[in-house]
Design a protein around this ligand. Structure first.
Ligand code: G
Ligand code: G
Ligand code: MN
Ligand code: NA
Length: 254
């Protein structure tokens, strides 16, 4: 049995879960967003990282069904949580393969469901990576722009790690950039990384984009980024990705 075949069955047999990692407002550390992250509990092999199974899903086409499922789950969850926390939203990672030719139907469906869920206030947004855009064709751009025009916000993930980070800021209609965790992890010891974060935040704001810093693990990193004007933060300091039930309790208590 290959992992690819197992993955086809995983979705139908309840082995997959969507976990949620908190994203806080840097001003007061209140949870205002979450990132949806897939988890797979394989019956024999135990937990398998998305780093391992997402590429397989992209290769065998499963990514379309998987991605659709995550979008659906995140949207439903966001609508629920917005009842207790207005403006709360959830970001969903998107693979380029989901936006290739032939997937217009999926895009239309997302837009429809999104509109039905009440798009005012943006219950979900999409995360795309710079890496993903390397392989993007014209159709991918067209579909992304259609989603954006329907009110679905877009974040550029892993910012700073790609080939041509800056050119993407011109090519797409974006709302957020997410500073990659590799720039954040040693912020308090590395003046160059601090300078890069400072510059990214200033530039983003001039372009009317909000900034989410990823991988914040220490109070010092939080404080430095807060003072630099970073809008939102994500990382183990605020919480790891967790099951929906636990996230709901955290929201209710915080
Ligand atoms: O949560 P973790 O650090 O293990 O995630 C590893 C990688 O898997 C991250 O780069 C993340 O973006 C990716 N990933 C997690 N869930 C999804 C998903 O639903 N769709 C896609 N395309 N990637 C995902
Ligand atoms: O590639 P993407 O940014 O979508 O993936 C996010 C990944 O980063 C997830 O796998 C998540 O588990 C991981 N992550 C989130 N916060 C932290 C953190 O504070 N430190 C580290 N090392 N990893 C983190
Ligand atoms: Mn992401
Ligand atoms: Na990232």
């Amino acid at each position: 049995m290959t992992l690819g075949n197992d993955l086809r069955r995983a979705l139908d047999t309840d082995q997959l879960r969507v976990h949620y990692q908190p994203v806080v407002d840097m001003a007061d550390r209140r949870i205002v967003k979450a990132e949806a992250l897939l988890r797979w509990q394989h019956p024999e092999r135990g937990a398998i990282s998305p780093n391992e199974f997402i590429p397989i899903a992209e290769h065998n086409g499963m990514i379309v069904a998987l991605g659709d499922w995550v979008f659906h789950m995140a949207l439903a969850q966001a609508v629920l949580w917005r009842a207790q926390r207005p403006r709360f939203n959830i970001s969903v990672n998107v693979s380029p393969a989901q936006l290739y030719r032939g997937n217009d139907e999926q895009c239309s469906l997302w837009i429809e469901r999104y509109a039905a869920a009440g798009r005012a206030g943006h219950p979900v947004m999409l995360e795309i990576t710079e890496g993903m855009m390397l392989t993007a064709d014209e159709g991918v751009m067209v579909r992304l722009n259609a989603l954006h025009q329907a009110g679905i916000q877009i974040a550029l993930d892993d910012f700073g790690t790609g080939y041509s980070s800056l050119s993407y800021l011109r090519k797409f209609d974006l709302d957020f950039i997410k500073i990659d965790q590799s720039f954040v992890c040693d912020l308090e010891h590395d003046a160059a990384h601090m300078a890069l974060c400072d510059a990214i935040i200033v530039m983003a704001h001039k372009l009317d984009l909000k900034v989410i810093a990823e991988g914040i693990e220490t109070p010092a990193q939080y404080e430095l980024l807060r003072r630099a004007g970073c809008d939102y933060g994500q990382g183990f300091l605020f919480g790891r990705a967790m099951p929906a039930e636990r996230f709901g309790k955290l929201l209710a208590g915080a």
